[in-house]
Design a binder for this molecule. Structure first.
Ligand SMILES: NC(=O)c1ccc[n+]([C@@H]2O[C@H](COP(=O)([O-])OP(=O)(O)OC[C@H]3O[C@@H](n4cnc5c(N)ncnc54)[C@H](O)[C@@H]3O)[C@@H](O)[C@H]2O)c1
Length: 259
């Protein structure tokens, strides 16, 4: 119970990696604020957190709205009195070849995957600075470390998360706040269903063929599970990682071995 009496906010925790992370943090003792766009999914995750014996609060939040982010922090503090951990997990994926990327596509990806990560962090920082402690973990991706022909804005948004992680870590180290990000590979979630559907349409394969081909590229020989990611996020959020900040940790079965 390394996170006993700590309070975590997890954005996009209504399903996938976010839900698995909320549950892992709860198993380690944290109370959890589930900040999620889809209310019914947020409530389901909150119920699962309560089922492992921790307190939970579902807050319907659009991370692209600064008003929602302010309300998320206000409700977290009103319910639990402190915020120790922020996991910036909410994100979206879209594919297109560079010549077909519209301004709307660019803005949608950047607003959720990059800009909202910064403003959610900014919203939570005062509560962490006041108590001189905090751990922030954001979802980057292997896409932030490599190029991809068919999802340039997504890759750029995840590279921005890696960059912001370093700057925030430097800016707030003296406040006792650690800032890290994780870089997963091919994680089987609803987002992966979208990835395989959209990229198989561009590359002329079936989604099943696409996924099989991707799986074959993974040195550890299997697709990634949400728990593979949640375990490392929970480690980075815990005192075990007290001497780590500004890092972009790959969790990808060995796909990316540089940088
Ligand atoms: N699945 C993968 O292969 C993979 C790989 C690397 C990184 N990631 C990253 O991990 C994170 C989670 O991915 P996932 O696979 O669990 O995705 P998912 O699509 O299964 O879940 C994303 C969650 O975020 C929520 N969300 C979306 N927009 C939101 C908004 N504006 N405000 C609040 N919540 C919002 C969704 O409702 C959903 O519950 C994302 O940042 C993603 O880019 C995923």
């Amino acid at each position: 119970m390394e996170l006993q009496e700590q309070v975590a906010i997890v954005t996009g925790a209504g399903r996938g990696i976010g839900r698995a992370t909320a549950l892992e943090l709860a198993r380690m003792g944290a109370d959890v604020v589930v900040a999620e766009l889809e209310g019914a999914n947020a409530e389901l995750t909150a119920d699962q957190v309560r089922a492992v014996g921790r307190r939970a609060l579902a807050v319907v939040t659009d991370v692209t709205s600064r008003k929602d982010l302010a309300a998320m922090v206000e409700q977290a503090l009103a319910a639990f009195g402190r915020i120790d951990i922020l996991v910036n997990n909410a994100g979206i994926y879209r594919a297109a070849v560079p010549l077909e990327i519209t301004e709307e596509h660019w803005d949608a990806i950047m607003n959720i995957n990059a800009k909202a990560v910064f403003f959610a962090t900014q919203a939570v920082l005062p509560a962490m600075i006041a108590r001189k402690r905090g751990a922030i973990v954001s979802l980057a991706s292997m896409a932030g470390k490599v190029g991809s022909a068919n999802n340039l804005p997504y890759n750029a948004s995840k590279a921005a998360v890696i960059s912001m992680t370093k700057s925030l870590a430097l800016a707030h180290a003296a406040d006792g706040i650690r800032v890290n990000c994780v870089c997963p590979g091919f994680v089987e979630t609803d987002m992966w269903t979208a990835v395989s559907r959209e990229l198989s349409a561009i590359t002329g394969r079936s989604p099943e063929q696409f996924t099989a081909q991707r799986r074959a590229q993974v040195p550890l020989g299997r697709m990634e599970r949400v728990e593979d990611v949640a375990n490392v996020i929970a480690f980075l959020a815990s005192p075990r990682a007290d001497y780590m900040t500004g890092q972009a940790i790959s969790i990808d079965g060995g796909l990316v071995m540089h940088g």
